[in-house]
Design a protein. Structure first.
Length: 379
C-alpha cells in the first residue's frame, strides 16, 4: 500500500493554506499558538566559541525526537515497515500547502525547534534581552513518503523550491520591527533577521525521519558560516561563489547547468563533497532567482542526491548527506552537498583535514555517473 499523508488527514492539520497573504506577525503567532510546541522549546541562551565564532544553542528536548530512520539501502526498499509520523498526520499544523502532479508539498513547524519566539509571545521582546529567538520550519518535499529530490518530476521540484523562495522573501524583507535589521551584512538590500536552509538525510548526519524534508530557521542570530562568508567578502571584495568559479579548474567541473554550475571544490574535505554555484554572483537569495535559475538548482539537486544513492553503497556506506543553502552577504548563492563518506577524526578537529580521495578523480567519476541525465529547459 502506498505510504503518504492523505488529503483527508492534511485537511485536519491546515492552519493556513499558504504564506502569500500572511504577515510575519501572523506566521509567528502560528508558532506561539501551536499546542505542545513550547514543551520542546530550546533554552533561551546562546554561547559562542570565540576561537572560531561557532554558535552553540542548547535544547535537551531534541534528544526526545522520534526516529524512524533505521538503515535502509535503496535496493532494499520494498514495503515500509515502520510507522511514519508524517504519513500518519502526527505532526504540527500546516502553514503552506501546494499541489503537485501527485500529492502535495507542505511547510509546517518543527516540533523540536532550535529557535523559538521569546517568552512574551512575539519576537521583538528578544531584541531587548539579546537572547536567541526565532522560528523553525520543516518543508516536506512531497506528501508521498518515498518521493524526494532524487526521484521527483522537475515541474514538481520547481514548485517545491518556489515555495521555499516565497517563505524566504516574506521573512527576510517583511520583518521590519520584528527582527533586527540585518542590512549591515548586506549590500544595498534591507533585510531583517537571518535565514538558514538545510537538508539532512540519514541518521548518521542528523536526519531523524526518512520522509524527505528541508529545514528552515529564521532568527536574530547569524550562523558561523554566514559570518564567514561575510568576512570573506570584506577581505577579498568578492563573494565566495565568484571566488570558487574563478578558481575551479576545468577538471573539477562536474556539470554545467547553464545558469548554475556543479563543481568539486579544490579544498574537498571529504570524498564526493560538491558545490553548486549560481553563476550570476549578484544573486543572494532564492527569491531573487528566475524560474530558469531555480530549475537549474532543482536539476542539479536531483542529479547529486540520485548519485549519492548509487555511490555511497559502492563505498560500503549507507546513504547519508547534508545539503546547505549558502545565501546572503558574501556568499553569492551556492549550495553545498556533503555526503558522509568519511568519519571526522582528531586531526580534522584541529583543522587538518585528511581526505581519502583526490578532487580530480572524484570529479571524473561523478561526470561519468551524471552524463546520461539530460538538462531540462523551461518550455
Ligand atoms: Zn511518511
Amino acid at each position: 500500500m502506498k505510504k503518504e499523508l492523505s488529503e483527508e488527514k492534511a485537511a485536519e492539520l491546515i492552519q493556513y493554506s499558504c504564506f502569500d497573504s500572511l504577515s510575519v506577525d501572523e506566521i509567528i503567532s502560528g508558532f506561539s499558538d501551536e499546542k505542545g510546541l513550547s514543551d520542546f522549546a530550546p533554552d533561551p541562551v546562546l554561547q559562542m566559541d570565540p576561537r572560531d565564532r561557532s554558535i552553540v544553542l542548547f535544547n535537551s528536548a531534541r534528544a526526545k525526537r522520534p526516529h524512524d530512520n533505521k538503515t535502509v539501502f535503496r535496493s532494499e526498499v520494498k514495503e515500509p515497515t515502520t510507522v511514519c509520523p508524517i504519513c500518519e498526520g502526527n505532526t504540527t499544523r500546516i502553514m503552506d500547502k501546494a499541489k503537485l502532479s501527485s500529492g502535495f508539498t507542505f511547510i509546517n513547524k518543527n516540533l523540536f525547534p532550535i529557535f523559538y519566539p521569546s517568552a512574551g509571545g512575539g519576537l521583538q521582546e528578544g531584541v531587548k534581552t539579546g537572547n536567541p529567538f526565532g522560528i523553525h520550519f520543516l518543508q516536506w518535499t512531497s506528501s508521498l513518503h518515498d518521493c524526494d529530490w532524487h526521484n521527483m518530476d522537475m515541474d514538481d521540484l520547481l514548485i517545491v523550491i518556489t515555495r521555499l523562495a516565497v517563505l524566504e522573501k516574506k521573512l527576510l524583507f517583511c520583518s521590519d520591527g520584528i527582527m533586527p535589521d540585518s542590512s549591515r551584512w548586506n549590500n544595498q538590500k534591507q533585510t531583517f533577521g537571518f535565514i538558514s536552509i538545510i537538508k539532512n538525510y540519514g541518521k548518521l548526519v542528523g536526519g531523524s525521519l526518512l520522509h524527505g524534508h528541508q529545514q528552515i530557521t529564521f532568527s536574530n542570530t547569524i550562523s558561523g558560516q554566514q559570518y564567514n562568508n561575510w568576512r570573506f567578502f570584506q577581505k577579498n571584495h568578492s563573494c565566495f561563489s565568484e571566488h570558487l568559479m574563478d578558481n575551479t579548474p576545468e577538471n573539477l567541473v562536474i556539470k554545467d547547468y547553464e545558469s548554475s554550475i556543479l563543481v568539486v571544490p579544490y579544498f574537498m574535505k571529504r570524498p564526493y563533497n560538491c558545490i553548486l554555484i549560481v553563476k550570476d554572483v549578484s544573486r543572494q537569495f532564492l527569491s531573487e532567482l528566475n524560474d530558469g535559475e531555480l530549475l537549474s538548482i532543482c536539476q542539479a539537486w536531483a542529479d547529486v542526491t540520485n548519485m549519492f544513492f548509487d555511490i555511497m553503497p559502492e563505498l560500503g556506506r549507507e546513504p547519508a548527506f547534508n545539503i546547505l543553502v549558502h545565501d546572503g552577504p558574501g556568499a553569492g548563492l551556492y549550495i553545498e552537498f556533503l555526503p558522509y563518506t568519511q568519519e571526522t577524526g582528531g586531526y580534522e578537529q584541529v583543522g587538518l583535514w585528511v581526505c581519502q580521495a583526490d578532487p580530480a578523480s572524484v570529479a571524473e567519476y561523478m561526470r561519468s555517473k551524471i552524463s546520461k541525465r539530460q538538462i531540462r529547459r523551461l518550455s
